[in-house]
Design a protein around this ligand. Structure first.
Ligand code: GLU
Length: 427
């Protein structure tokens, strides 16, 4: 197969995460016997936009140049869909890798989208609210012809939230001259945001745990759960696991982890973070570092923060029998091999965290129809889609002899390949 990249380098897409995403695609393409032409097309995003723009900091005398991206990986099955990330280490390759993951994820759960991702290279934690608002509005204006309810629909990801989505919706609507709620998902409910979107990724992940635990011969009731990350995904994963009778023994954020072998009071930890901004100082618990957290005695480990945290250096020390990936790309390829050898049952990111984009899809459908569903309907449909995807992936894994990650990718890639083949080549 011809390689579009010169001398084995990835050109402008060079980044560790893109390398991993590509290695993963190449490996799965080979085992599933993917059509060579389709494989070549899936290795690179169909559209990538890079913008730089001036950004006024507080006081109006300081103007910075900010770099930002929006990558649309596959435009074949409908508009593209994926989060928007604000972080200092954002680059084109990382955003392209995450867009590729979104393609597999949306395809795996049967949504009518291709994958996209956006990023702004900025540290959102040091920005004031007016700064964050100006930055978001300018980013939206720069991408006014790239996004849209029938083109590409952003959503929250690391460093962005409901308020950021509301500003995008407002800016886009001002530009097109009418209110357009369907341009983003993960908005506040007052603007056409879906109920239960905020909780969706965590709830969706936990909805798979009864089947996963029974598959490996555990019961969820009383199972010890460790959650790395206590942002949106981590908090609602911990809460939902606690509600189902699991014992969440440790959670962590950038300030470190908190641990109680008898189970943490998750609702209290959530309140603490809402008041204090992070977990530091949470009373009556033991503290652990983020490195120690991965080695704690537990049954289920949920990485729910940044990517690349399960590596060849700690994969051997993980005691969990199940890893459910709430984050995107938390396990390196080397670590994945070690975990496979050790028979750790992995629910891969594109399956485990697909609840977020699934409820985003519900939100987009509700916005387009101006007809809003009840929380009961949303949660029931989320469970149905997640449960069915899990069953199908497990089934492919058993009948075709793949590990769960490969099986999930095979399922996701098959649908995209079939769609590309049947559309054919124009002209
Ligand atoms: N950022 C989330 C993800 O990585 C959600 C994307 C969406 O809802 O479009 O899956």
């Amino acid at each position: 197969m011809s390689d579009p990249f010169v001398e084995g380098g990835l050109g402008e897409l060079e980044s560790p995460l893109y390398r991993e995403a590509l290695a993963q695609l190449d490996r799965v393409a080979e085992v599933m016997g993917l059509d060579d032409n389709i494989h070549a097309r899936l290795r690179v995003p169909q559209r990538a936009t890079i913008v730089s723009f001036p950004f006024r900091r507080e006081g109006y005398y300081e103007v910075e140049t900010v770099f930002a991206y929006r990558v649309q990986h596959v435009l074949t099955m409908g508009p593209t869909k994926g989060g928007l990330r604000y972080a200092m280490d954002v680059n084109l390759g990382e955003v392209a890798a995450l867009a590729m993951l979104m393609t597999w994820k949306t395809s795996l759960v049967g949504l009518p989208f291709g994958g996209a991702k956006g990023g702004v290279r900025v540290d959102p934690t040091i920005l004031t609210r007016p700064e964050l608002q100006r930055l978001t509005r300018r980013y939206t204006a720069e991408l006014i012809n790239v996004i849209g309810p029938d083109r590409d629909i952003p959503a929250p990801d690391m460093g962005t939230n409901e308020q950021v989505m509301a500003w995008i919706m407002d800016t886009y609507s001002q530009h097109v001259g009418h209110a357009e709620p369907g341009v983003v998902t993960g908005k506040p409910p007052e603007l056409g945001g879906s109920i239960a979107r905020r909780e969706a990724t965590g709830r969706g992940l936990v909805s798979l745990l009864p089947a996963a635990t029974s598959h490996v011969g555990l019961t969820l009731e009383g199972a010890r759960v460790v959650v790395h990350g206590f942002g949106n995904v981590g908090q609602y994963t911990a809460l939902a696991a606690d509600e189902l009778g699991a014992k969440v023994v440790a959670v962590s954020d950038v300030t470190g982890g908190i641990y109680n072998e008898n189970g943490l009071d998750i609702a209290k930890a959530q309140e603490w973070v809402a008041e204090n901004g992070n977990l530091a100082g949470f009373p009556d618990v033991d503290t652990v570092t983020n490195e120690e957290l991965f080695e704690l005695e537990c049954d289920i480990l949920v990485p729910a923060a940044v990517g690349g945290v399960i590596t060849k250096d700690n994969a051997d020390k993980i005691t969990a029998k199940i890893i459910a990936e709430g984050a995107n790309g938390p396990t390196t390829l080397e670590a994945d091999l070690i975990l496979k050898e050790r028979n750790v049952f992995t629910i891969p990111d594109i399956l485990a965290n697909a609840g977020g984009v699934t409820v985003s899809y519900f939100e987009w459908v509700q916005d387009l129809q101006n007809y809003f569903w009840s929380e009961g309907e949303i949660v029931a449909r989320l469970r149905e889609i997640m449960g069915q995807a899990f069953e199908e992936v497990l089934n492919i894994s058993i009948t075709e002899g793949y590990d769960m990650r490969t099986a999930a990718l095979v399922k996701g890639i098959r649908r995209v390949a079939a769609a590309k083949l049947v559309r054919g080549v124009y002209p």
